[in-house]
Design a protein around this ligand. Sequence first.
Ligand code: ADP
Ligand code: MG
Length: 523
Amino acid sequence: MLSTSLLPKHHSKWSDRQREVLQGIVKDFSLSTPQLEALTVQFVDQMRVGLSEQQSKDLAMIPTFVTGRPDGKERGSFLALDLGGTNLRVCLISLKGDHKLESHHKAFKVSDHLQQADVKELMDFIAVSINEFITSEHINAKICEHPSDSESLELGFTFSFPVAQTAVDAGKLLRWTKGFSCPGAVGADIVQLLQEALDRNKVNVHVAALVNDTVGTLLAHSYINPGTYIGAIFGTGTNGAYVEKTHNIKTMTSDASEMIINIEWGNFDKEKAFLPVTIFDNKLDRESINPGVHVFEKMISGMYLGEITRNVLLHLIDQRVLFEGTSSPKLNQHWVFETKFMSAIEEDDSASLIPTAQILEQELDIKINTQADREIVKFVCQLVGIRAARLSAMATAAVIRQGVEVGALREYEYPLQLSIYDKGDVDLNGQPKIESLSISGNGNGNGNSNRVVDPNKQTIHVGIDGSVFEHYPHFKERMEQCLVELLGPHVMDIVKLGIARDGSGVGAALAALIATKAANDSR
Ligand code: ADP
Ligand code: MG
């Protein structure tokens, strides 16, 4: 289904040799429904392992100590900090109640140097940036009607790296990802490092909460759409957070009934036991700053998709079916093929693919390219882009499945089809070994359209942030198509994928509010 619907309009001009080589690439990158279904089963399995064991697991399933979800009535002004990629953003978020808010922010570029520098230097940079923002915006504690009566400004910190959280305002960095490698941070408490830098630089700000960007996204989306179940990121990296019943979390105890879990799904199946990684993925992984981890993330997210595409293009050049077998010194360099080029190329619907030619010529120094070359480049982008969207949907489907089977979606009846493959029912290279059967979430839904449903209760909101989801053409539609394959024809009546733009900033502020309230209550 995937390969045929993908064949470009003008593919008839391709030579037999080009077709033959491309057929191999199609095979490498296509993911059939049964394959994805089998991955979903593995994903749910690894989630449950992560919820029950402390150590050595693929999905860390980190309890966040965030036990409430906003309902949109929250009020107050909070600082928010978002560090997770190339930019540091400092924001002031004013929650107005009634699902409304105002925010403004300033972005500071985190230089390549800072991404590798001692963590103290990075934290000093953050403290100074916060100070610059507060000073230029004339922000002081008096304007912030929040529950704490302290003189300092309360800040929520969205820190989008794997952290073992021990409280809402404490957590140790497990490992750097996404190109960061600052010494002195792994194993240290991130809140403490930042608070010390703030104190050192005489910035009167209190770090009230530390959240992952996925958690922030979930909270922010919930402020607008109460009851949001999943927060996900498809940006530089990828990850998801969701609401779990605390009785399913064996790695900690809590009086609350629900807690948000940071899945750290970028690390799904790090052994590559189930993911159909290609030689192109392996090459990328080997040459990355963190080989052997976040293999799943490396198949999906913005930092990597362009590089996978570049690896495939070089292979096609070496097979002499692209650019007459000639690369350029530029294209030979790591990371020069940016994911945003893929977006532009996929966007290019012109008959002779002129915008694609411009990217090849201007960005990659490929001066001679035929119509067939450009079609092949576009085709490769599609293969890599579609695989990314389908894997993203697979993870989303798995989390929904966990919720419906044993978790926070259990109370409701959803007419979702959860197929009943067991491990072993599907051979990962393709076909189901047995006839697939379908049942519905929680017993008897089975697409029962006569049942009267409460639309508020029935909607499973998924808040998503990140440039790949927001800007990559068809990414959302491709995810939706795949969710239908995995959860049945009615799934999109129930599951709403929505952009939670600026989710991490607003979410950090909401986390600071929740934490400040909790601290006040316990005083
Ligand atoms: P972050 O994840 O760091 O918070 P973003 O969500 O903006 O930031 O994601 C940045 C990533 O998105 C980069 O890896 C970049 O390659 C990719 N990206 C930027 N623009 C586009 C685009 N138009 N289409 C697809 N990917 C893009
Ligand atoms: Mg982000």
